[in-house]
Ligand binder design. Structure first.
Ligand code: UD1
Length: 310
């Protein structure tokens, strides 16, 4: 069994990753400043003796160094981030601190304390608005936001540690959905926003004609990919898309919600958002080849679970 330090453990992906690692018998130290994460996401984890939450900002000097020194993790899963693309545009300095400085702290702590493995939450945002689909890892990297640029830069910082014997896996997540995703902002993940609206009995708004597609991946699959990358013996360093390879339109998503909530009025349509891309789709083959990971939760099943359990 391994000792894993998870930054951003109270977040959407972090809390599911924590739950999964604990269920497998690993010991987890979670670090989170609760800026966008919530303690309530860790309610099940906090009951486990193999889990501890440290409320701290991983971008602050000395924080990760002290925790890694004390805990001696086998792996760090670095998920803490400024997660909002919009916020990264409004406040590039904050984006720099939370998405780049924090990564540098992870790298330094790993080197100083002999951590052999790092898993990093990268993003499909590093590819920008490419129309060359499905997106392969070799597809041109052309981020169009400070967020995407910081994720790409962070990959470079971490992959550079390979020369020092640290195995780094960068996970380029596509559109992740599932329980605990925060619908608070209009720019939150569309499924979390739709879920909340249907629960409230209110119609959703579709920007554009609803035929835009995304590669939606369940957070349970993402947590499993994180576990594999952090604990599977014998894997090599590298970066891979974490996606399903399947495109789902917003109209398809709405159809599923409408079946579960027949009394909610139909969606209203509004003009497409500025800068919105029509289609996004990843090629999942590299994660399969390098990690033995393949997404198994269908959008229909994932939505069904979200609707039933929230
Ligand atoms: C992702 C980012 C977004 C960023 C964009 C470009 C997330 C959750 N979103 O958007 O912040 O600006 O990449 O890099 O990471 N939609 C509706 N109704 C709603 C909400 C959304 O129709 O109430 C539409 C959007 O216009 C879009 C689709 O749903 O066409 C998906 O939206 P979203 O979940 O924000 O994902 P991305 O567009 O991939």
């Amino acid at each position: 069994m391994a000792k894993i330090l998870i930054t951003g453990a109270a977040g959407f992906i972090g809390s599911h990753t924590t739950d999964r690692l604990l269920a497998s018998g690993h010991t987890v130290l979670g670090v989170d400043n609760l800026r966008s994460g919530h303690r309530r996401n860790l309610t099940p984890a906090l009951a486990a003796p193999e889990f501890r939450l440290e409320e701290a900002d991983v971008s602050a000097a000395g924080v990760l160094d002290a925790l890694a020194k004390e805990f001696r993790p086998d792996a760090i899963i670095h998920l803490a981030a400024l997660v909002s693309v919009q916020e990264s545009i409004q406040d590039p300095e904050l984006n720099h601190r939370l998405n780049i400085t924090a990564t540098e702290r992870v790298a330094a702590a790993a080197l100083a304390h002999g951590v052999r493995r790092i898993v990093f939450a990268s993003s499909a945002a590093i590819y920008g608005d490419t129309t060359d689909l499905p997106i392969r890892e070799e597809t041109e990297k052309a981020p169009i936001s400070p967020y995407g640029a910081a994720k790409l830069h962070s990959e470079g910082i971490l992959l550079g540690l390979s020369a020092q014997g640290v195995t780094v896996r960068c996970h380029r997540y596509f559109n992740v959905f599932g329980p605990r995703q925060d619908p608070a902002s209009p720019y939150s993940g569309v499924i979390s926003i739709f879920d909340r609206r249907y629960r409230e009995g209110k119609p959703v708004t579709i920007y554009g004609d609803g035929q835009q597609t995304r590669d939606f991946i369940s957070v349970h699959d993402v947590a499993r990919a994180n576990e594999i990358a952090a604990t599977k013996p014998g894997i090599a360093a590298g970066a891979a898309n974490i996606c399903t390879g399947r495109a789902t339109s917003l109209l398809d998503i709405v159809k599923v919600f409408a079946t579960h909530y027949p009394a909610v009025p139909p969606p209203s349509f509004a003009p497409a958002r500025n800068g919105d891309i029509i289609h996004s789709l990843g090629r999942p083959d590299r994660a399969q080849a390098e990690l033995g990971f393949r997404a198994t939760v269908s959008v229909a099943d994932g939505l069904g679970e979200l609707i039933r359990t929230g």
